[in-house]
Design a protein around this ligand. Structure first.
Ligand code: G3P
Ligand code: CA
Length: 257
């Protein structure tokens, strides 16, 4: 609507491509990240886990079953084994041969081109993953102040705290599933002692929640948007960003020229 367009024009909405542009290409593959870049998303969201030999890789589920031609737990594969799997065909034959990328590959291909929202996925299964991620970023001087294009988030809030201690200059986010729908102001203030973002399931978002999060000093990126109507509702509620499979749901007015 015209009203929505005006709202968005006034407040630039951050566009985060969920697992890459996963509505258009297989999630958490270089094809999906490249697509998000082409679509001018502000960030790619990636889910990171660890192989048996300690390599950080991007995949959402804790097993490879849904998104590859293999079976088994991510943590039971070596990097060499997991990279033999086809992570594209399940989505469309056009993407046959896409591999599970390493976190380092993604960072090296995309830093400076698009922001990276890193989700530590099920970090309780991968002791030390916070240090691995921190080291990879520090080796590239990506941990320094004013690097506002990397954010680290997790549903595991202890893991977020651990990561924040390792990387105090990098913004961090707490992910909040529906069990946090009744989050109190006190809880928000506690999150705000180490987090810069409170990133909620879109179903709990209304204007009041957004205002309360803002008053606690954090921003709001809501997940996961798979319909234009839901994106519009979030814009009306005043969120700072949306995490979406379809980057085209965020209108880009910055390109008016
Ligand atoms: O970025 C938030 C969103 O990705 C959390 O849910 O299950 O898609 O990782 P999930
Ligand atoms: Ca995720």
């Amino acid at each position: 609507t015209g009203e929505t367009a005006t709202t968005q024009q006034q407040q630039k909405i951050v566009n985060v491509a969920h697992r890459g542009a996963s509505g258009h290409a297989p999630e958490n593959t270089m094809a999906a990240f490249e697509k998000a870049f082409q679509m001018k998303s502000d960030y790619i969201e990636i889910d990171v886990q660890m192989t048996r030999d300690g390599e950080v890789v991007a995949i959402h589920d804790t097993t490879v079953d849904r998104t590859t031609n293999g079976t088994g737990f991510v943590g039971d594969f070596t990097l060499e084994e997991i990279q033999q799997l086809d992570a594209g065909s399940w989505f469309d034959e056009e993407f046959a041969g896409e591999k599970i990328p390493t976190f380092e590959e993604i960072v090296d291909a995309f830093r400076g081109k698009i922001g990276i929202l890193i989700e530590l996925k099920s970090p309780e299964l991968y002791p030390g993953i916070e240090e691995k991620v921190a080291n990879i970023l520090m080796e590239r001087n990506m941990h320094l102040p004013n690097n506002n294009k990397v954010i680290i988030q997790s549903f595991n809030h202890e893991s977020v705290q651990r990561s924040k201690e390792l990387l105090p200059n990098i913004p961090h986010g707490v992910l909040a599933g529906m069990s946090w729908a009744d989050v109190t102001d006190e809880q928000l203030l506690e999150f705000a002692t180490y987090a810069d973002y409170f990133n909620p399931n879109r179903n709990m978002v209304d204007e009041e929640l957004v205002d309360r999060v803002h008053r606690s000093g954090m921003e709001v990126y809501a997940y996961t948007v798979r319909a234009q109507e839901h994106a519009d509702q979030l814009f009306e509620a005043g969120v700072d960003g949306i995490i979406t499979d379809f980057p085209e749901y965020v209108y880009d007015f910055s390109g008016l020229n």
